[in-house]
Design a protein around this ligand. Structure first.
Ligand SMILES: Nc1nc2c(c(=O)[nH]1)N[C@H]1C(S)=C(S)[C@@H](COP(=O)(O)O)O[C@H]1N2
Ligand SMILES: [Mo]
Length: 327
């Protein structure tokens, strides 16, 4: 609806790109945010002018999201956009780190709906553009720690997943939520065999409701690049990156621990919890340190923090649990 491919007269045909559709979308978001609208008009004029003067900014400016500053933001040096969008795990588009950036352009992110099923009072199918407008989009800079012992610092844009969960009203018996990613073999010509697609992940209900858990639509103030999980993904910053499913099409509420792709593949290596924990090593490598991918030419090796540095927000959820057993 908002992202109609327009051939409207105000845009020269040479410039009809999805970016212009995004610009229209950005205007719509601004009207949703009401109070921010007045500020917005000047900003748009400014960014238009900038993109005319500097074609380099065009691609970036076009997919901008209107965001408000978020909580839980780290001030650590951010990973540059180019690194965060060219070094990815998104196996549906190839298993090498540089493949998603090359291949994920085939993913079509409109129209896109998210289904909410299982143990909820209000099962629903919701359009991505409705979801985008449901709450103001916050910018939150999170540490992002892959189980492969590298990490980034990424400014994500979204709102707490709890906002959507509250809307759906889980039944008292719902103890877990499963996240299913899109599976479209036509749009995923590199889909590797040997995996139980679609990608699936899950959280315990209290983890899903934790305010840190982010329903994520963008990064760096822009809509998510496809390789980062467009148009919507989950970010669970105190867990290893694989818990943060990309390109989500379904949330399923259940009373038992859902199956997850990596846990099915290698249960001794990838537990259901997968909290970042420097004291619990992966069977094949240490988790005590990580390679921080940021502005330095060669990634620095730094100590890994318990719960990726989010103990204050999450440790109480695991009180009394043996985290060596529940890895
Ligand atoms: N659908 C899907 N989601 C996924 C993955 C994947 O292969 N497919 N990889 C996971 C892993 S291992 C990590 S580390 C993060 C990477 O997110 P990023 O590429 O945006 O940094 O996405 C996670 N979500
Ligand atoms: Mo990962």
């Amino acid at each position: 609806m908002l992202l109609r491919k327009s051939s409207s007269a105000d845009v020269p045909s040479s410039e009809i790109t999805p970016q212009h559709a995004y610009e229209r979308f950005r205007l719509d978001r601004r009207s949703f945010l009401g109070g921010a609208a007045a500020l917005g008009a000047a900003a748009i004029a400014g960014s238009r002018l900038k993109s005319i003067l500097d074609p380099e900014t065009e691609a970036h400016a076009a997919a901008e999201l209107q965001t408000v500053p978020g909580k839980y933001t780290t001030s650590e040096t951010q990973t540059p956009f180019n690194k965060a969008t060219n070094y990815n795990n998104f196996y549906e588009f190839g298993v090498e780190k540089d493949q998603p950036a090359k291949n994920a352009h085939t993913l079509q992110t409109r129209p896109w709906t998210i289904q909410v099923t299982g143990m909820v009072k209000k099962p629903l199918t919701i359009d991505i553009d409705t979801l985008l407008k449901y709450r103001p989009i916050e910018n939150r800079v999170y540490r992002h720690r892959c189980v492969e012992a590298w990490s980034m610092v990424i400014p994500w844009d979204g709102y707490s997943l709890s906002e959507l969960i509250n809307f759906c009203q889980p039944l008292p018996g719902a103890k877990y939520v499963q996240f299913l990613s899109d599976l479209n073999r036509k749009q995923m010509p590199e889909l590797p065999s040997g995996f139980d697609w679609p990608y699936s992940e899950g959280l315990r209900m209290d983890e899903a409701m934790n305010p840190l858990t982010l329903l994520t639509f963008g990064c760096y103030g822009q809509v998510l690049p496809n390789q980062n999980g467009a148009p919507v993904r989950v970010i669970v910053p105190w867990k290893y990156g694989f818990k943060s499913g990309k390109s989500i099409v379904k949330l399923h509420f259940t009373n038992k621990e859902p199956h997850t792709l990596w846990n099915d593949m290698a249960p001794n290596e990838y537990g259901f919890y997968s909290n970042v924990n420097p004291h619990v090593d992966h069977p094949r490598w240490s988790q005590a340190h990580e390679r921080r991918i940021d502005t330095s030419f060669i990634p620095r090796t730094i100590p890994t923090q318990m719960f990726n540095g989010y103990s204050g927000q999450v440790a109480s959820m695991y009180a009394g649990m043996d985290l060596k057993k529940n890895y």
